[in-house]
Ligand binder design. Sequence first.
Ligand code: PEP
Ligand code: MN
Length: 262
Amino acid sequence: ASRQFHPENSVFSLGGFTIGGDEIPVIAGPCSVESRQQILETAQAVKEAGANALRGGVFKPRQSPYSFQGLGEEGLEYMAEARALTGLPLVVEVMAESQLPLMSKYVDMLQIGARNMQNYSLLRAVGETHIPVLLKRGLSATIDDLLNAAEYILFGGNNRVVLCERGIRTFETATRNTTDINAIPVLKSLSHLPVVLDPSHSTGHTSFVSAVAKAAVAAGADGIIVEVHPDPEHAFSDGQQSLKPEEFARLVKQVKAVAEAV
Ligand code: PEP
Ligand code: MN
């Protein structure tokens, strides 16, 4: 992952866009795939607003085992339908090695969630696939921990890894997590891998998402991943931090304007 080993930025393409170069791709969609109607509606809305890829979880790492856990394969089928409808590539979290054969039939990019950033057997298994990976920083992981986690994936020969800052746990309780904005220029200087920010999980509040997304792009982020839901008040997960499609459309314009300016 080190820039000493690979001085040039790693740039790779994924379903019609490139990451790590001049483009600032935006990945958007709901926290969880909830129904066919919900994901198709969201996919069309984010596509129209200018998103480059569709996110949506089908295996959810919920704090409580009694909370909605995701639709599993049924959700992947709806995601595939959304891709057919919009052309957007799919970004979906994989929680366990045992899910990889199923996931690899459907997804264009595997997300490793914060809670699994140090699941080394999962990282190794993902490293042996040739599917691009979005690796999220762990809740209490240092930048060095994140880079070492990326190393596990690269070690297997999978070199399409994107690093994602999604906020860390600090003493601050005003927001869900604390956006480590420093991580962006620090990661860009230490590593050749693309770096994106998730302002949805890093703030935990709809009203702060856009400000922090713009800050990330100004700080040198290569892209943004953001939660969008057609009806956030009734979302099965993370509604409090999800943007409505019209709010997302404004964010895309602002993020692109900041990208032009830097
Ligand atoms: C998510 O993207 O919905 C998610 C669970 O993210 P994280 O792993 O960053 O908490
Ligand atoms: Mn979420």
